[in-house]
Design a protein around this ligand. Structure first.
Ligand code: FE2
Ligand code: FE2
Length: 329
């Protein structure tokens, strides 16, 4: 009970500078990019020529790259899960419309453009079984996720910091691969999405830094706890129609594809961890008690440990056939 009260106090203290944070980390709606900025305008006379061009550019993308892009889109489209979860975090009050719930709503509004843009692109590109993709999306929203944060704001901000960095990496790499596959338009879309993710990551990293100033021991324990559990991806429960795969297996196939084409790998996980340790100045936080120090020791030793383990992991070379795309040509 006592811990909860301190967390609420900390959230309320940080909330006082919410106006500043909204202005710094989110963009004004009317000048922000919108999905239609990147897509052919159906009111234009040359709409169908533009679609043919877009479909032509989509031809060279590899099976794995397309599968990863679809999986990323499904992940973005499960946004209702993420908003509902963030709204339930201690200190976020949607009823009273406090600063934190304003943050969650405005963040959601920005994120909503990601799934919207990618979905429209995939619909137009002519290579995707949209009905299968939509079934996976509906399943994922219906199943939700299980990320081990509870309603704890400290753990939640560790998770969101990590996730925003991870999605930045993966959209950025898809952009690079799309450019190499002669698909500059898709490359541009993914680069813009990646830039949003980077901006969101700085916000969540900032929140944790503020908490660290106010409640270092507990923040350190929350970081340790999340890293012991491992950060699972928000789409870890993803599934597809008529599949006899066990829970989490479809995600593993998606993740193998991402590792094969180096869009998001175990090394990226470790790099993100190192970057968070650095940005939260974990090695130099002062005023910790014994438990805080122990948590810090665990965190500081973790990247090297994970590095050693990762050297033993082998990624399957065989591509998996997703319902979203169908047979490998
Ligand atoms: Fe996103
Ligand atoms: Fe994001």
């Amino acid at each position: 009970m006592k811990l909860t009260n301190i967390r609420l106090e900390v959230m309320q203290t940080i909330e006082k500078s919410m106006d500043e944070m909204l202005e710094k980390y989110l963009k004004p709606i009317e000048t922000n990019w919108q999905p239609s900025d990147f897509l052919p305008d159906s009111k234009d006379d040359d709409f169908f020529d533009k679609i043919r061009e877009l479909q032509g550019q989509a031809q060279e993308m590899s099976y794995d790259l397309l599968a990863v892009l679809i999986g990323d889109t499904i992940t973005e489209e499960a946004l209702p899960t993420y908003e509902a979860w963030l709204m339930s975090v201690e200190g976020v009050d949607n009823d009273g419309r406090n600063g934190w719930s304003q943050w969650v709503r405005s963040w959601t509004a920005e994120e909503n453009r990601h799934g919207d843009l990618l979905n429209k692109y995939l619909y137009l590109c002519g290579r995707v079984d949209m009905r299968e993709m939509e079934i996976s999306t509906q399943y994922l929203i219906s199943d939700g996720f299980d990320i081990g944060t509870g309603r704890d704001p400290y753990k939640n901000f560790v998770y969101t910091s990590f996730q925003e960095l991870a999605t930045n990496v993966s959209h950025r790499r898809v952009a690079t691969l799309a450019r190499k596959a002669n698909n500059p338009e898709l490359a541009k879309m993914c680069a813009f999405i990646a830039a949003d993710e980077a901006r969101h990551a700085s916000a969540y990293i900032h929140f944790v830094n503020k908490i660290m100033e106010l409640d270092a021991d507990q923040m350190m324990l929350a970081f340790e706890d999340m890293m012991r559990k491992k950060i699972v991806m928000p789409a870890h429960l993803m599934r597809q129609s008529g599949s006899d795969l066990g829970l989490g297996e479809l995600f593993d196939h998606f993740s193998d594809a991402a590792q094969r084409i180096q869009v998001y790998t175990t090394h990226d996980y470790i790099d993100i961890l190192r970057s968070l340790i650095d940005q939260w100045n974990i090695g130099n936080i002062s005023g910790l008690t014994d438990i805080g120090n122990k948590a810090r020791d665990y965190i500081m030793a973790l990247p090297d440990r994970l590095q050693r383990i990762s050297e033993r992991v082998k990624i399957p070379e065989k591509q998996y056939e997703f319902n979203w795309i169908g047979k490998i040509a």
